[in-house]
Design a protein around this ligand. Structure first.
Ligand code: 13P
Ligand code: SF4
Length: 308
């Protein structure tokens, strides 16, 4: 244990030194390993990370998250170097749709406005009218002057939105392979064991799980809710990496993961070792081709400019 701590301390020192030399910033998603969150300059949800990426003055952004997140940096700030410490850290849900398949689907719904969840590739964003995250999905769809929405790629987020707005939502059959592991019975059992607890559920979960929630929130929304609530016990229905941040920020509260199966293997590919390697070798750089970037940027900008 002492050796492991010593090893981490050395890694952290080298990362911080290189970070200064390269004028780099480290951004981490709420699902990252605890030690990765702890060295980041900013930890947040997809919306918060996109906003931070859009205004950073750093020359290099080390993105501790998944591929589509590092693409957002390239889309919004093409002059910056966007590094993903493990090139295999892709989101399986984002891979459930391609630009080509979306183009085909659009032909079947010529009157529909295409809203893409941020968990999608730059090429798919380039084929979409506006982007959204789990934090603003309902408000984005509500704000559109359109009755028919083709919502891609998450069928469960799409279903959740359809319960909140009076528009026709056409879903795409994608899903998050981590959130579907949370089962209704997990919540029912935990509620019986923790009768005073509030249940926070991410909208990527199945509708039967969402139906059992007290609050349906993005990961950033969960962190804010936990900070502000008087409730001492919270059952957390999302990827378990967020528990590290919740406990760190709220010593007086108890956080119970809805399921210990809710682990995103791709998020966990990022380690202190490969962050150091990324900064040493300036790899793997994620760069979106200019033609795709300009179209994808229009969809992301529309979301950011509407400030919802
Ligand atoms: P948020 O952090 O934006 O809620 O997204 C969850 C997620 O699955 C990111 O991959
Ligand atoms: Fe993708 Fe789900 Fe992992 Fe998020 S938690 S990166 S949506 S697989």
């Amino acid at each position: 244990m002492i050796e492991a701590n010593q090893h981490n301390a050395e890694l952290i020192e080298r990362i911080l030194r290189l970070k200064r030399q390269r004028n780099a910033i480290i951004l981490a998603h709420n699902y990252q390993l605890g030690e990765v969150q702890d060295i980041a300059d900013f930890v947040g949800d997809s919306l918060g990370l996109s906003r931070t990426a859009a205004k950073t003055e750093a020359d290099v952004v080390v993105f501790c998250g998944v591929h589509f997140m590092a693409e957002i940096v390239s889309i919004l700030c093409p002059d910056k170097i966007s590094l993903l410490p493990d090139a295999n850290a892709g989101c399986p849900m984002a891979d459930m749709i391609t630009a080509e398949r979306l183009r085909e689907e659009k032909k079947h719904h010529p009157g529909a406005t295409v809203v893409c969840y941020i968990n999608s590739s730059a090429a798919v964003k380039a084929e979409s009218d506006i982007c959204c995250t789990s934090a603003n999905a309902v408000r984005v769809v509500e704000s559109l002057d359109a009755e028919e929405i083709l919502f891609i790629p998450d069928q469960y987020l799409s279903h959740y939105i359809s319960t909140k707005v009076r528009k026709r939502i056409i879903p795409w059959p994608g899903f998050c392979s981590t959130h579907i592991r949370i089962q209704p019975q997990d919540i029912i059992t935990l509620r019986q064991e923790h009768t005073q607890a509030k249940v926070l559920i991410h909208p990527e979960c199945r509708p039967e799980v969402i139906a059992l929630a007290d609050e349906v929130l993005s990961t950033g929304g969960m962190c804010r809710f936990a900070n502000e609530t008087e409730t001492r016990e919270l059952i957390i229905g999302t990827e378990i990496g967020i528990i590290h941040r919740l406990r760190k920020e709220n010593h007086d509260k108890k956080f119970i993961p809805a399921s210990d199966q809710a682990i995103c293997p791709r998020m966990k590919l990022i380690t202190l070792e490969n962050i150091l390697w990324a900064l040493e070798e300036m790899t793997t750089e994620i760069k979106v081709p200019e033609e795709v970037r300009l179209k994808a940027k229009a969809a992301v900008d529309k979301m950011l400019e509407s400030s919802i």
